[in-house]
Design a protein. Sequence first.
Length: 159
Amino acid sequence: MSAKKATQKSARSTTATGTTSQGFTDAERAAMKARARELKAEERANRDRAEGERDLLAAIAAMKGSDRAMAKRLHAIVRASAPDLWPKTWYGMPAYAKDGKVVCFFKSAAKFNSRYATLGFEEAANLDEGAMWPTSFALKELTAADEARIGALVKRAVS
């Protein structure tokens, strides 16, 4: 066997541990297909705000229990605090964008089997504070004080 064929065969048939690779799992394939569908929907949502809002509300409706309640409340807070942000989905999560770039998002606890939900901010958010600042917050419930803080953060993020 030539050196080229031996190299091609070893790269294709084994992993670093010496076991044979089986490719992507069913869950990984499903996630890739969902992301491809979402990218197409995102392209439409970038042109039509109502479509983005429809997708976001559908993502919230698909959540269960406290995740759904928090996502609904966060949606209301973001709309009130930064009405210019465009609602959309981002990796299946409710998100809000400015100039096509995600500013903030909500990640439900159930999506990743986590003990808490997350409110996160992306690089487009203007939250810089010195050399270090938080970019995500764990949420187990929303109090009135939390809601006020989130509203202020969202306003600052789009300033």
